[in-house]
Design a protein around this ligand. Structure first.
Ligand code: SF4
Length: 472
């Protein structure tokens, strides 16, 4: 039971000036973090619980709010006083996602710096370890209902339907998955034949994200992809014929052989093939990749940032003409067809990552698994130990992540949310730093929200970095 001294103080009232209501202090039926105050209220006549997690420095400042619907009011103390309501209930941790990293690929694409192995020799043991990790991590999301499951990689389409079902059944065993909205499988075109697609119909997969990258042969050769242009085309049509209408494809621009005309053709193809969602990335040269070595040794043409910028502008213009919403810097969709799993990342929802190199976030800390298949498997199966590291996010780190991710989306960076969840002073600092970019017309402010203009999107990360709050 929460004792009366924990009840919100005047400090909370200052931090949350937007809502007032009479409350009844309750003990909600869930785990209560240390450094928190918990109470209940009625929101639109629905009884809800609210947890305000304060920092542990004795300053009694609220770091984070959690709330949910009270299903079982176990005991209550009548306590009429002040309470606050969450400003963005949809962005809190009342549902969560699970990401499964499948770390195998048929061959290495030259630009790739994800974790994967081209040897499938130990696939069986690795999948066993992943199932074990699903079980070991069952408390991580604190019983939050699982709304999305995402098989990413690597190349998850190297898994058979049985292997996918096995992993999913393990999730079902340990997590509440009553309201699954989206279950995505990343797939490479060369894996998507009729038989495989048919077998996927017997799994919970209801969305495919296909790694097309380009419909031009010379691009695919430059990138050292395992598929050719004809397979890209075929895979999309075969997936649609098999009943997968919720499709996304990945496209890369800025490859040295891709002319602006060729890029426009790639974009037109999305419309022509009725693909409701696509992700589009500029080719980047990451260190320690085959591409970076080849460029250094003058064996590959370097990429031209001017070309990438022009093709990004073409992307914005043509996508808008074709009726796609540019809802995140690298993601575009027909209205209502946004990727739920990824959107939840950007909105601060909690997620659990399973598998080598997978990352997790629970609202206050981030953790990541070792990026090595053999060590991951050994640690879990032989030592019964999670091979992961963790970092606690400071208040400002968390805020800076919000600035970075929200600015990249069409929902913008909400200054009222910063006031609600962090601090009025921080919101003023962000607003002040934004003035320079508003003058340049790279940012606009509307209803206390900051949005990137099309020109600003070219410098999204640099602008976000200028808005960051430093700890000093
Ligand atoms: S298929 Fe994807 S994960 Fe595998 S090497 Fe290519 S880009 Fe990387």
């Amino acid at each position: 039971m929460i004792s009366t001294p924990d009840f919100p103080t005047a400090d909370h009232m200052i931090n949350y000036p937007h809502y007032n209501c009479n409350t009844t202090l309750n003990v909600p039926p869930l785990h209560i973090p240390r450094h928190s105050v918990t109470y209940s209220a009625h929101y639109n006549n629905i009884p809800v619980y609210i947890i305000l997690i304060t920092n542990n420095l004795g300053k009694n400042r609220v770091r984070k709010k959690k709330w949910g619907i009270l299903k079982d009011q176990t005991s209550s103390i009548q306590y009429h006083n002040f309470a606050t309501m969450p400003h963005h209930p949809q962005t809190t941790a009342d549902s969560a996602g699970i990401y499964l990293h499948i770390p195998f690929c048929k061959q290495a694409c030259v630009y790739c710096n994800f974790h994967f192995s081209t040897s499938l020799k130990n696939k069986k043991e690795l999948l066993q370890a992943m199932e074990q990790e699903i079980k070991m991590q069952r408390e991580y999301l604190q019983g939050a209902p699982i709304e999305t499951v995402y098989f990413g990689g690597g190349t998850p389409s190297l898994l058979s339907a049985d292997e996918i079902n096995h992993l999913f059944d393990t999730i079902l065993k340990y997590y509440p998955v009553n309201e699954l909205k989206e279950c995505t499988l990343e797939a490479n075109p060369d894996d998507l034949d009729k038989n495989y697609l048919q077998s996927l119909r017997g799994t919970p997969i209801n969305r495919l994200s296909i790694g097309v990258q380009s419909f031009h042969e010379n691009d695919l050769l430059y990138m050292h992809r395992a598929h050719n242009a004809q397979q890209a085309d075929y895979a999309i049509k075969a997936a649609q014929d098999a009943g997968f209408t919720n499709l996304s494809i990945d496209l890369i621009y800025g490859t040295p052989g891709l002319s602006d005309k060729g890029w426009k053709e790639n974009l037109a193809k999305i419309n022509e093939l009725h693909i409701p969602h696509f992700s589009s990335y500029a080719l980047t040269v990451e260190s320690k990749t085959t591409l970076s070595h080849a460029i250094k040794n003058k064996k590959a043409t370097p990429i031209d940032p001017e070309q990438s910028a022009t093709q990004f502008e073409i992307l914005m213009q043509q996508a808008a003409e074709m009726g796609y919403e540019h809802y995140e810097i690298s993601n575009l969709a027909r209205p209502g067809m946004h990727a739920i799993h990824n959107t939840n990342y950007w909105r601060g929802r909690h997620y659990l990552g399973i598998g080598p190199s997978a990352h997790s976030f629970n609202g206050t800390s981030r953790s990541w698994n070792i990026a090595n298949n053999a060590l991951y498997t050994k640690s879990i199966l032989e030592e019964n130990k999670l091979p992961s590291e963790q970092e606690q996010l400071t208040q400002t780190e968390h805020l800076n992540e919000y600035i970075m991710t929200s600015l990249r989306t069409m929902w913008g960076c909400d200054l009222n949310k910063i006031i609600d969840e962090w601090d009025n002073t921080y919101a003023s600092m962000v607003e002040k730093s934004s003035h320079l970019f508003q003058e340049k017309k790279w940012l606009i402010q509307n209803n206390k929200k900051l949005f990137l203009t099309n020109e600003g999107k070219l410098f999204a990360d640099a602008i976000a970095a200028e808005l960051f709050i430093s700890d000093a």
